[in-house]
Design a protein. Structure first.
Length: 219
């Protein structure tokens, strides 16, 4: 099973848009929007092959995932399983210190428990390209040109990571896709683009999401 959990992200539903574009390729995928019961509906550590998150805790009038949900995800991570974190999902469980550290490259909210300055997202047209790296996954990814979107910048590095894709805008160059590993050895890929439907349904974005999923699944 692949579990894909998302919020509606201020009524733009980026996770749902992406899921609808890839669902036929992954019949084993189960998608939930604005419903944190999915984290306790399964024994993730034994039933889930890949966890995909496209959500930020305590946004969009949604509650913070409770201890039971957090513990289920933590057991999954402790089992060394992989995660694909889309857009702001490095803050999917931001109130929990183990998750903040595990995400590798995290979106920092204004009420950050660790006291870091908040991350920010300028809006402008931008191109995301594979980084200059010998990592084999980067060589599979394709460039993406977006008309405009939130460009996630000012994130905090919590684990060593490899930059797989990056963008250069008026403010400078910024990672847009990274790979890291949790303390338990699980791979974590952060794929930061995505908010508006023109991005989350963009053919090149969808292609890269499928590339990342297949790679994390070892296919």
């Amino acid at each position: 099973m692949i579990l894909f959990a998302a919020d509606d992200h201020y009524h733009t539903s980026p996770g749902k848009n992406t899921y609808e574009e890839i669902a036929t390729d992954y019949p084993e995928m189960r998608f939930y929007e604005n419903d944190w019961s999915c984290f306790t509906a399964y024994d993730l550590a034994s039933e889930c092959e890949l966890l995909i998150l496209n959500m930020i805790a305590d946004t969009c009038n949604l509650p913070i995932p409770d201890e039971a949900a957090a513990n289920s995800v933590k057991r999954y991570c402790e089992a060394g399983r992989p995660m694909l974190l889309l857009h702001g999902a490095s803050s999917a469980f931001w109130p929990y210190d183990w998750f903040r550290e595990s995400s590798g490259f995290r979106w920092v909210r204004g009420n950050d428990p660790d006291g870091f300055e908040p991350s920010f997202h300028p809006h402008e047209p931008y191109q995301v390209v594979p980084a200059k790296t010998r990592h084999p996954l980067a060589k599979k990814l394709v460039p993406m040109d977006f008309p405009q979107d939130e460009i996630y910048t000012g994130l905090e590095q919590t684990r060593p990571f490899t930059i797989l894709m990056q963008t250069t805008i008026s403010m400078g160059s910024f990672p847009q896709c990274t790979e890291s590993f949790t303390r338990w050895g699980g791979r974590v890929v952060n794929f930061l683009p995505g908010h508006l439907p023109c991005v989350t349904r963009h053919p090149d974005f969808v292609k890269n999401v499928k590339i990342l999923i297949d790679d994390l699944l070892g296919r």
